[in-house]
Ligand binder design. Structure first.
Ligand code: SAH
Ligand code: SF4
Ligand code: F3S
Length: 438
Protein backbone atom coordinates (compact mmCIF):
# COMPACT_ATOMS: atom_id res chain seq x y z
CA UNK A 1 0.00 0.00 0.00
CA UNK A 2 1.29 3.45 -0.86
CA UNK A 3 1.63 5.92 2.01
CA UNK A 4 -1.15 8.49 2.13
CA UNK A 5 -0.24 11.96 1.01
CA UNK A 6 -1.36 15.34 2.29
CA UNK A 7 -3.35 17.99 0.43
CA UNK A 8 -3.48 21.65 1.41
CA UNK A 9 -6.39 23.27 -0.43
CA UNK A 10 -7.10 27.00 -0.17
CA UNK A 11 -10.42 28.28 -1.50
CA UNK A 12 -11.23 31.82 -2.63
CA UNK A 13 -14.38 33.30 -4.18
CA UNK A 14 -17.95 32.07 -4.28
CA UNK A 15 -19.83 29.12 -2.79
CA UNK A 16 -19.41 27.25 -6.02
CA UNK A 17 -15.67 27.21 -5.41
CA UNK A 18 -16.33 25.85 -1.90
CA UNK A 19 -18.36 23.03 -3.43
CA UNK A 20 -15.77 22.37 -6.14
CA UNK A 21 -12.99 22.22 -3.55
CA UNK A 22 -14.89 19.58 -1.63
CA UNK A 23 -15.35 17.49 -4.79
CA UNK A 24 -11.68 17.93 -5.81
CA UNK A 25 -10.46 16.84 -2.38
CA UNK A 26 -12.66 13.74 -2.55
CA UNK A 27 -11.41 12.88 -6.04
CA UNK A 28 -7.77 12.71 -4.93
CA UNK A 29 -8.12 9.40 -3.19
CA UNK A 30 -4.49 9.00 -2.07
CA UNK A 31 -4.68 12.27 -0.18
CA UNK A 32 -5.96 13.43 3.21
CA UNK A 33 -6.57 17.12 3.72
CA UNK A 34 -4.37 19.14 6.04
CA UNK A 35 -4.69 22.73 7.24
CA UNK A 36 -0.90 23.12 7.33
CA UNK A 37 0.75 24.12 4.05
CA UNK A 38 4.18 23.14 5.41
CA UNK A 39 3.29 19.46 5.71
CA UNK A 40 1.54 19.18 2.33
CA UNK A 41 2.62 17.04 -0.65
CA UNK A 42 0.21 18.94 -2.89
CA UNK A 43 -0.91 22.56 -2.52
CA UNK A 44 -3.93 23.61 -4.57
CA UNK A 45 -5.19 27.18 -4.77
CA UNK A 46 -8.83 27.33 -5.91
CA UNK A 47 -8.94 30.89 -7.18
CA UNK A 48 -11.48 33.63 -7.97
CA UNK A 49 -11.27 36.21 -10.75
CA UNK A 50 -14.32 38.32 -10.02
CA UNK A 51 -12.72 41.49 -8.66
CA UNK A 52 -9.62 43.56 -8.33
CA UNK A 53 -6.10 42.35 -8.56
CA UNK A 54 -7.22 38.73 -8.43
CA UNK A 55 -4.37 37.65 -10.66
CA UNK A 56 -1.75 39.61 -8.74
CA UNK A 57 -2.96 38.12 -5.46
CA UNK A 58 -2.54 34.61 -6.83
CA UNK A 59 1.01 35.35 -8.01
CA UNK A 60 2.01 36.81 -4.67
CA UNK A 61 0.48 33.85 -2.84
CA UNK A 62 2.45 31.53 -5.15
CA UNK A 63 5.63 33.51 -4.50
CA UNK A 64 5.22 32.85 -0.77
CA UNK A 65 5.27 29.10 -1.45
CA UNK A 66 8.83 29.22 -2.80
CA UNK A 67 10.46 28.40 0.57
CA UNK A 68 8.20 25.38 1.05
CA UNK A 69 9.11 24.06 -2.37
CA UNK A 70 12.82 24.62 -1.74
CA UNK A 71 12.56 22.72 1.54
CA UNK A 72 10.60 19.87 -0.06
CA UNK A 73 11.34 19.38 -3.75
CA UNK A 74 8.61 16.69 -4.00
CA UNK A 75 5.93 19.25 -3.18
CA UNK A 76 3.57 19.85 -6.12
CA UNK A 77 1.77 23.15 -6.54
CA UNK A 78 -1.44 23.59 -8.51
CA UNK A 79 -3.79 26.42 -9.45
CA UNK A 80 -7.51 25.72 -10.01
CA UNK A 81 -10.58 27.95 -10.34
CA UNK A 82 -11.36 31.04 -12.37
CA UNK A 83 -7.86 32.55 -12.46
CA UNK A 84 -6.57 29.21 -13.79
CA UNK A 85 -9.19 29.43 -16.53
CA UNK A 86 -8.42 33.06 -17.37
CA UNK A 87 -4.62 32.80 -17.29
CA UNK A 88 -4.00 29.22 -18.43
CA UNK A 89 -0.40 28.40 -19.39
CA UNK A 90 0.64 31.98 -18.60
CA UNK A 91 0.66 30.98 -14.90
CA UNK A 92 3.44 28.43 -15.46
CA UNK A 93 5.41 30.86 -17.58
CA UNK A 94 5.26 33.58 -14.95
CA UNK A 95 5.69 31.29 -11.95
CA UNK A 96 7.75 28.19 -12.83
CA UNK A 97 7.13 26.57 -9.44
CA UNK A 98 3.55 25.80 -10.55
CA UNK A 99 3.23 22.16 -11.66
CA UNK A 100 -0.47 21.96 -12.43
CA UNK A 101 -3.17 24.28 -13.78
CA UNK A 102 -6.80 23.12 -13.98
CA UNK A 103 -9.85 25.11 -15.08
CA UNK A 104 -13.28 24.75 -13.41
CA UNK A 105 -14.74 22.53 -16.14
CA UNK A 106 -11.90 19.99 -16.03
CA UNK A 107 -11.82 18.95 -12.36
CA UNK A 108 -12.68 15.35 -13.22
CA UNK A 109 -9.26 15.19 -14.86
CA UNK A 110 -7.48 16.28 -11.69
CA UNK A 111 -6.33 12.80 -10.57
CA UNK A 112 -4.73 12.26 -13.97
CA UNK A 113 -3.16 15.74 -13.94
CA UNK A 114 -1.82 15.11 -10.44
CA UNK A 115 -0.19 11.84 -11.60
CA UNK A 116 1.41 13.62 -14.54
CA UNK A 117 2.71 16.40 -12.28
CA UNK A 118 4.10 13.75 -9.89
CA UNK A 119 5.89 12.24 -12.87
CA UNK A 120 7.67 15.55 -13.43
CA UNK A 121 5.48 16.98 -16.21
CA UNK A 122 3.84 20.39 -16.30
CA UNK A 123 0.14 19.43 -16.36
CA UNK A 124 -2.45 21.84 -17.79
CA UNK A 125 -6.14 21.51 -18.63
CA UNK A 126 -8.42 24.48 -19.23
CA UNK A 127 -10.80 22.90 -21.75
CA UNK A 128 -14.57 23.21 -21.73
CA UNK A 129 -15.26 19.49 -22.35
CA UNK A 130 -18.67 18.18 -23.40
CA UNK A 131 -19.03 15.76 -20.51
CA UNK A 132 -20.32 16.70 -17.06
CA UNK A 133 -17.32 16.85 -14.75
CA UNK A 134 -19.43 15.86 -11.75
CA UNK A 135 -20.44 12.57 -13.39
CA UNK A 136 -16.78 11.73 -13.77
CA UNK A 137 -15.55 12.90 -10.39
CA UNK A 138 -15.29 10.01 -7.96
CA UNK A 139 -18.49 9.61 -5.86
CA UNK A 140 -18.33 11.09 -2.43
CA UNK A 141 -17.44 8.49 0.22
CA UNK A 142 -20.26 7.54 2.59
CA UNK A 143 -18.61 9.38 5.47
CA UNK A 144 -20.77 11.32 7.94
CA UNK A 145 -20.74 15.10 7.56
CA UNK A 146 -22.23 18.29 9.01
CA UNK A 147 -25.89 19.25 8.65
CA UNK A 148 -25.51 21.83 5.84
CA UNK A 149 -24.21 21.34 2.30
CA UNK A 150 -23.91 23.05 -1.05
CA UNK A 151 -24.95 21.20 -4.19
CA UNK A 152 -24.14 22.65 -7.61
CA UNK A 153 -27.02 22.13 -10.04
CA UNK A 154 -26.17 24.67 -12.74
CA UNK A 155 -22.98 26.29 -13.92
CA UNK A 156 -21.90 28.99 -16.29
CA UNK A 157 -23.64 32.07 -17.59
CA UNK A 158 -24.96 33.36 -20.92
CA UNK A 159 -25.96 36.80 -19.66
CA UNK A 160 -22.77 38.77 -20.25
CA UNK A 161 -23.31 41.65 -17.86
CA UNK A 162 -20.89 44.33 -19.01
CA UNK A 163 -18.76 44.15 -15.85
CA UNK A 164 -18.50 40.41 -15.27
CA UNK A 165 -15.89 37.73 -16.04
CA UNK A 166 -18.02 34.71 -15.13
CA UNK A 167 -19.26 33.93 -18.69
CA UNK A 168 -15.60 33.75 -19.74
CA UNK A 169 -14.24 31.76 -16.80
CA UNK A 170 -17.14 29.36 -16.27
CA UNK A 171 -18.42 29.08 -19.82
CA UNK A 172 -21.97 28.72 -21.12
CA UNK A 173 -24.96 27.83 -18.94
CA UNK A 174 -25.22 24.10 -18.28
CA UNK A 175 -27.71 22.32 -16.00
CA UNK A 176 -27.02 18.94 -14.41
CA UNK A 177 -29.60 16.19 -15.07
CA UNK A 178 -32.30 16.11 -12.39
CA UNK A 179 -31.68 12.47 -11.49
CA UNK A 180 -27.99 13.18 -10.76
CA UNK A 181 -28.98 16.01 -8.43
CA UNK A 182 -31.58 13.87 -6.65
CA UNK A 183 -29.07 11.04 -6.19
CA UNK A 184 -26.48 13.36 -4.76
CA UNK A 185 -29.02 14.97 -2.43
CA UNK A 186 -30.20 11.56 -1.16
CA UNK A 187 -26.61 10.59 -0.52
CA UNK A 188 -25.97 13.82 1.40
CA UNK A 189 -29.08 13.28 3.53
CA UNK A 190 -27.98 9.70 4.34
CA UNK A 191 -24.74 11.21 5.59
CA UNK A 192 -26.50 13.59 7.97
CA UNK A 193 -27.21 16.68 5.85
CA UNK A 194 -30.47 18.46 6.74
CA UNK A 195 -30.11 21.75 4.84
CA UNK A 196 -29.07 21.93 1.18
CA UNK A 197 -28.28 25.09 -0.76
CA UNK A 198 -28.57 24.54 -4.51
CA UNK A 199 -25.89 26.46 -6.36
CA UNK A 200 -25.56 27.99 -9.79
CA UNK A 201 -24.27 31.23 -11.29
CA UNK A 202 -27.85 31.59 -12.55
CA UNK A 203 -29.44 28.89 -10.50
CA UNK A 204 -33.01 29.90 -11.32
CA UNK A 205 -32.27 29.41 -15.02
CA UNK A 206 -31.90 25.69 -14.17
CA UNK A 207 -33.48 23.43 -16.82
CA UNK A 208 -31.96 20.00 -16.25
CA UNK A 209 -33.07 16.91 -18.11
CA UNK A 210 -35.71 14.96 -16.16
CA UNK A 211 -37.45 11.66 -16.89
CA UNK A 212 -40.36 13.57 -18.50
CA UNK A 213 -38.59 16.45 -20.25
CA UNK A 214 -36.63 19.37 -18.81
CA UNK A 215 -37.28 20.30 -15.20
CA UNK A 216 -37.38 23.86 -13.93
CA UNK A 217 -35.77 24.77 -10.62
CA UNK A 218 -39.23 24.82 -9.01
CA UNK A 219 -39.89 21.25 -10.13
CA UNK A 220 -36.47 20.16 -8.89
CA UNK A 221 -37.15 21.78 -5.51
CA UNK A 222 -40.54 20.05 -5.23
CA UNK A 223 -38.95 16.66 -5.89
CA UNK A 224 -36.01 17.28 -3.55
CA UNK A 225 -38.46 18.29 -0.82
CA UNK A 226 -39.86 14.75 -0.86
CA UNK A 227 -36.60 13.33 0.50
CA UNK A 228 -37.28 12.21 4.07
CA UNK A 229 -34.86 13.71 6.55
CA UNK A 230 -34.14 16.76 4.45
CA UNK A 231 -35.48 19.73 6.40
CA UNK A 232 -34.48 22.79 4.39
CA UNK A 233 -33.75 23.93 0.85
CA UNK A 234 -32.31 27.20 -0.43
CA UNK A 235 -30.88 28.28 -3.77
CA UNK A 236 -28.41 30.91 -4.93
CA UNK A 237 -27.64 33.01 -7.03
CA UNK A 238 -30.67 34.07 -9.01
CA UNK A 239 -31.11 36.52 -11.86
CA UNK A 240 -34.30 38.64 -11.80
CA UNK A 241 -35.15 37.74 -15.40
CA UNK A 242 -35.21 34.00 -14.64
CA UNK A 243 -37.62 34.17 -11.70
CA UNK A 244 -40.38 31.95 -13.16
CA UNK A 245 -44.00 31.93 -11.92
CA UNK A 246 -43.63 28.37 -10.63
CA UNK A 247 -40.56 29.33 -8.60
CA UNK A 248 -42.34 32.33 -7.08
CA UNK A 249 -45.30 30.10 -6.23
CA UNK A 250 -42.96 27.55 -4.60
CA UNK A 251 -42.15 30.08 -1.87
CA UNK A 252 -45.77 29.95 -0.80
CA UNK A 253 -46.36 26.25 -1.39
CA UNK A 254 -43.23 24.33 -0.41
CA UNK A 255 -42.63 24.40 3.37
CA UNK A 256 -39.07 23.11 3.02
CA UNK A 257 -38.10 26.03 0.77
CA UNK A 258 -36.75 28.65 3.16
CA UNK A 259 -38.04 32.27 3.09
CA UNK A 260 -34.75 33.77 1.96
CA UNK A 261 -33.81 34.96 -1.52
CA UNK A 262 -30.55 36.38 -2.81
CA UNK A 263 -31.55 38.38 -5.88
CA UNK A 264 -28.80 40.76 -7.02
CA UNK A 265 -29.84 43.92 -8.85
CA UNK A 266 -26.47 45.79 -8.92
CA UNK A 267 -28.00 49.28 -9.35
CA UNK A 268 -31.29 51.13 -8.91
CA UNK A 269 -30.76 53.37 -11.95
CA UNK A 270 -32.34 52.32 -15.25
CA UNK A 271 -29.63 54.13 -17.19
CA UNK A 272 -26.91 52.12 -15.42
CA UNK A 273 -28.88 48.86 -15.54
CA UNK A 274 -29.06 49.28 -19.29
CA UNK A 275 -25.34 49.96 -19.56
CA UNK A 276 -24.68 46.94 -17.40
CA UNK A 277 -26.75 44.83 -19.83
CA UNK A 278 -28.86 43.51 -16.98
CA UNK A 279 -31.98 43.24 -19.14
CA UNK A 280 -34.51 44.74 -16.69
CA UNK A 281 -35.44 48.03 -15.05
CA UNK A 282 -35.52 49.00 -11.37
CA UNK A 283 -39.33 49.06 -11.51
CA UNK A 284 -39.46 45.51 -12.90
CA UNK A 285 -37.21 44.35 -10.06
CA UNK A 286 -39.43 46.00 -7.45
CA UNK A 287 -42.62 44.52 -9.00
CA UNK A 288 -40.95 41.12 -8.96
CA UNK A 289 -40.24 41.41 -5.25
CA UNK A 290 -43.86 42.41 -4.67
CA UNK A 291 -44.97 39.20 -6.36
CA UNK A 292 -42.52 37.11 -4.31
CA UNK A 293 -43.75 38.73 -1.11
CA UNK A 294 -47.34 38.15 -2.15
CA UNK A 295 -46.51 34.43 -2.37
CA UNK A 296 -44.64 34.43 0.94
CA UNK A 297 -44.85 37.70 2.90
CA UNK A 298 -41.87 37.06 5.18
CA UNK A 299 -39.30 36.33 2.44
CA UNK A 300 -36.07 38.00 3.49
CA UNK A 301 -34.40 39.72 0.55
CA UNK A 302 -30.69 39.77 -0.07
CA UNK A 303 -28.81 41.42 -2.94
CA UNK A 304 -25.58 42.60 -4.52
CA UNK A 305 -24.69 46.16 -5.54
CA UNK A 306 -21.85 47.67 -7.51
CA UNK A 307 -20.70 51.16 -6.52
CA UNK A 308 -19.03 53.33 -9.15
CA UNK A 309 -19.87 51.50 -12.36
CA UNK A 310 -18.41 53.49 -15.33
CA UNK A 311 -20.33 56.71 -16.07
CA UNK A 312 -22.39 56.40 -12.88
CA UNK A 313 -23.52 59.85 -11.66
CA UNK A 314 -24.69 61.15 -8.32
CA UNK A 315 -28.27 60.89 -9.59
CA UNK A 316 -27.74 57.18 -10.35
CA UNK A 317 -26.45 56.61 -6.82
CA UNK A 318 -29.56 58.29 -5.40
CA UNK A 319 -31.70 55.94 -7.50
CA UNK A 320 -29.79 52.98 -6.00
CA UNK A 321 -30.34 54.30 -2.46
CA UNK A 322 -34.06 54.75 -3.26
CA UNK A 323 -34.34 51.19 -4.50
CA UNK A 324 -32.64 49.89 -1.35
CA UNK A 325 -35.10 51.93 0.76
CA UNK A 326 -37.99 50.43 -1.18
CA UNK A 327 -36.83 46.82 -0.81
CA UNK A 328 -35.62 46.76 2.80
CA UNK A 329 -32.87 44.14 2.63
CA UNK A 330 -32.12 41.60 5.33
CA UNK A 331 -28.63 41.13 3.89
CA UNK A 332 -26.81 42.73 0.95
CA UNK A 333 -23.30 43.05 -0.37
CA UNK A 334 -21.78 46.08 -2.08
CA UNK A 335 -18.64 45.96 -4.19
CA UNK A 336 -16.58 48.75 -5.63
CA UNK A 337 -16.60 48.45 -9.39
CA UNK A 338 -13.47 46.70 -10.58
CA UNK A 339 -12.55 46.80 -14.28
CA UNK A 340 -12.04 43.25 -15.50
CA UNK A 341 -9.82 42.63 -18.51
CA UNK A 342 -11.82 41.62 -21.58
CA UNK A 343 -15.20 42.91 -20.34
CA UNK A 344 -16.94 45.78 -22.18
CA UNK A 345 -17.25 48.08 -19.16
CA UNK A 346 -13.49 48.05 -18.56
CA UNK A 347 -13.09 50.20 -21.70
CA UNK A 348 -15.45 52.96 -20.51
CA UNK A 349 -14.89 56.17 -18.52
CA UNK A 350 -14.09 55.12 -14.96
CA UNK A 351 -15.46 56.86 -11.87
CA UNK A 352 -12.66 58.41 -9.78
CA UNK A 353 -11.53 56.22 -6.86
CA UNK A 354 -12.49 58.74 -4.15
CA UNK A 355 -16.02 58.99 -5.58
CA UNK A 356 -16.29 55.22 -5.67
CA UNK A 357 -15.23 54.96 -2.02
CA UNK A 358 -17.76 57.57 -1.00
CA UNK A 359 -20.61 55.83 -2.85
CA UNK A 360 -19.60 52.44 -1.51
CA UNK A 361 -19.73 53.74 2.05
CA UNK A 362 -23.10 55.44 1.62
CA UNK A 363 -24.70 52.32 0.13
CA UNK A 364 -23.11 50.11 2.77
CA UNK A 365 -24.26 52.37 5.59
CA UNK A 366 -27.88 52.24 4.43
CA UNK A 367 -27.77 48.46 4.02
CA UNK A 368 -26.15 48.02 7.45
CA UNK A 369 -28.99 50.03 9.03
CA UNK A 370 -31.63 47.93 7.30
CA UNK A 371 -29.88 44.69 8.10
CA UNK A 372 -29.65 45.60 11.77
CA UNK A 373 -33.30 46.72 11.94
CA UNK A 374 -34.48 43.50 10.28
CA UNK A 375 -32.41 41.46 12.72
CA UNK A 376 -33.51 43.46 15.77
CA UNK A 377 -37.14 42.97 14.77
CA UNK A 378 -36.69 39.23 15.39
CA UNK A 379 -36.37 39.82 19.15
CA UNK A 380 -39.41 38.44 20.97
CA UNK A 381 -40.36 36.17 18.07
CA UNK A 382 -40.38 32.37 17.98
CA UNK A 383 -38.31 30.91 15.13
CA UNK A 384 -37.17 27.47 13.97
CA UNK A 385 -33.43 26.99 14.30
CA UNK A 386 -31.40 24.26 12.65
CA UNK A 387 -28.39 23.72 14.90
CA UNK A 388 -25.02 23.36 13.20
CA UNK A 389 -22.12 23.40 15.63
CA UNK A 390 -20.97 24.20 19.17
CA UNK A 391 -20.55 27.90 20.00
CA UNK A 392 -17.69 29.55 21.81
CA UNK A 393 -19.07 29.01 25.32
CA UNK A 394 -19.61 25.72 27.14
CA UNK A 395 -23.04 24.25 26.37
CA UNK A 396 -23.68 26.76 23.60
CA UNK A 397 -24.84 25.75 20.10
CA UNK A 398 -25.05 27.90 16.98
CA UNK A 399 -27.59 27.41 14.23
CA UNK A 400 -29.48 29.28 11.55
CA UNK A 401 -33.03 30.55 11.52
CA UNK A 402 -35.17 30.02 8.43
CA UNK A 403 -34.19 33.56 7.43
CA UNK A 404 -30.50 32.65 7.70
CA UNK A 405 -29.77 34.64 10.85
CA UNK A 406 -27.13 33.02 13.07
CA UNK A 407 -28.74 32.09 16.43
CA UNK A 408 -26.90 31.18 19.67
CA UNK A 409 -28.62 29.04 22.29
CA UNK A 410 -27.20 27.59 25.49
CA UNK A 411 -29.05 24.40 26.44
CA UNK A 412 -28.51 20.76 27.30
CA UNK A 413 -28.68 18.01 24.71
CA UNK A 414 -28.66 20.02 21.48
CA UNK A 415 -27.05 18.11 18.61
CA UNK A 416 -25.96 19.34 15.17
CA UNK A 417 -28.75 18.72 12.67
CA UNK A 418 -31.61 19.15 15.14
CA UNK A 419 -34.35 21.73 14.39
CA UNK A 420 -35.91 23.35 17.48
CA UNK A 421 -38.30 26.15 18.31
CA UNK A 422 -36.44 29.13 19.79
CA UNK A 423 -37.68 32.37 21.38
CA UNK A 424 -35.31 35.16 20.29
CA UNK A 425 -34.19 37.20 23.31
CA UNK A 426 -31.40 39.44 21.98
CA UNK A 427 -29.83 40.84 18.84
CA UNK A 428 -26.11 41.58 18.78
CA UNK A 429 -23.82 42.73 15.94
CA UNK A 430 -23.99 39.72 13.64
CA UNK A 431 -26.22 37.25 15.38
CA UNK A 432 -29.23 36.58 17.57
CA UNK A 433 -29.50 34.68 20.81
CA UNK A 434 -32.48 32.86 22.23
CA UNK A 435 -33.97 30.19 24.48
CA UNK A 436 -35.51 26.85 23.62
CA UNK A 437 -39.33 26.73 23.55
CA UNK A 438 -40.31 23.14 24.09
N1 SAH B 1 -24.59 35.57 -11.17
C1 SAH B 1 -24.75 36.45 -10.12
C2 SAH B 1 -23.49 37.06 -9.54
C3 SAH B 1 -22.15 36.55 -9.80
S1 SAH B 1 -20.80 37.51 -9.26
C4 SAH B 1 -25.68 37.57 -10.58
O1 SAH B 1 -25.94 37.77 -11.71
O2 SAH B 1 -26.13 38.29 -9.75
C5 SAH B 1 -21.21 38.06 -7.65
C6 SAH B 1 -21.29 39.54 -7.50
O3 SAH B 1 -20.01 40.14 -7.72
C7 SAH B 1 -22.18 40.23 -8.52
O4 SAH B 1 -23.53 40.17 -8.15
C8 SAH B 1 -21.66 41.64 -8.52
O5 SAH B 1 -22.30 42.44 -7.56
C9 SAH B 1 -20.19 41.47 -8.14
N2 SAH B 1 -19.31 41.72 -9.28
C10 SAH B 1 -19.17 40.99 -10.38
N3 SAH B 1 -18.27 41.56 -11.22
C11 SAH B 1 -17.84 42.69 -10.61
C12 SAH B 1 -16.92 43.71 -10.97
N4 SAH B 1 -16.27 43.71 -12.13
N5 SAH B 1 -16.71 44.70 -10.09
C13 SAH B 1 -17.37 44.74 -8.91
N6 SAH B 1 -18.25 43.82 -8.53
C14 SAH B 1 -18.49 42.79 -9.36
FE1 SF4 C 1 -21.97 37.74 -14.14
FE2 SF4 C 1 -24.24 38.82 -14.97
FE3 SF4 C 1 -23.77 36.25 -15.37
FE4 SF4 C 1 -24.25 37.13 -12.94
S1 SF4 C 1 -25.70 37.18 -14.66
S2 SF4 C 1 -22.64 35.71 -13.52
S3 SF4 C 1 -23.28 39.12 -12.95
S4 SF4 C 1 -22.65 37.94 -16.29
FE1 F3S D 1 -15.03 33.99 -8.43
FE2 F3S D 1 -15.27 32.27 -10.35
FE3 F3S D 1 -16.97 32.26 -8.33
S1 F3S D 1 -14.67 34.35 -10.57
S2 F3S D 1 -17.06 34.40 -7.77
S3 F3S D 1 -14.82 31.83 -8.22
S4 F3S D 1 -17.43 31.87 -10.46
Amino acid sequence: MTARKKLFLKTYGCQMNVYDSERMAESLKDYDQTDRADEADLILLNTCHIREKAVEKVYSELGRLRDLKDAKPDLKIGVAGCVAQAEGAEIMRRQPLVDLVVGPQSYHRLPELEARARGGEKALDTDFPEEDKFDHLRRRPKAARGPTAFLTVQEGCDKFCAFCVVPYTRGAEVSRPAERVLEEARDLVERGVRDITLLGQNVNAYHGAGPDGDWSLARLIRELARIDGLARLRFTTSHPNDMGDDLIAAFGEEPKLMPYLHLPVQSGSDRILKRMNRGHTAEQYLRLIERIRAARPDVLMSGDFIAGFPEETEEDVRATLDLIEAVNYGFAYTFKYSPRPGTPAAERAQVPEAEMDDRLHRIQALIARQQRAVQDAMVGRDVNVLFEKPGRFPGQMVGRSEHLHAVHVTAEGLEPGVVRHVRITASVTNSLSGELRG
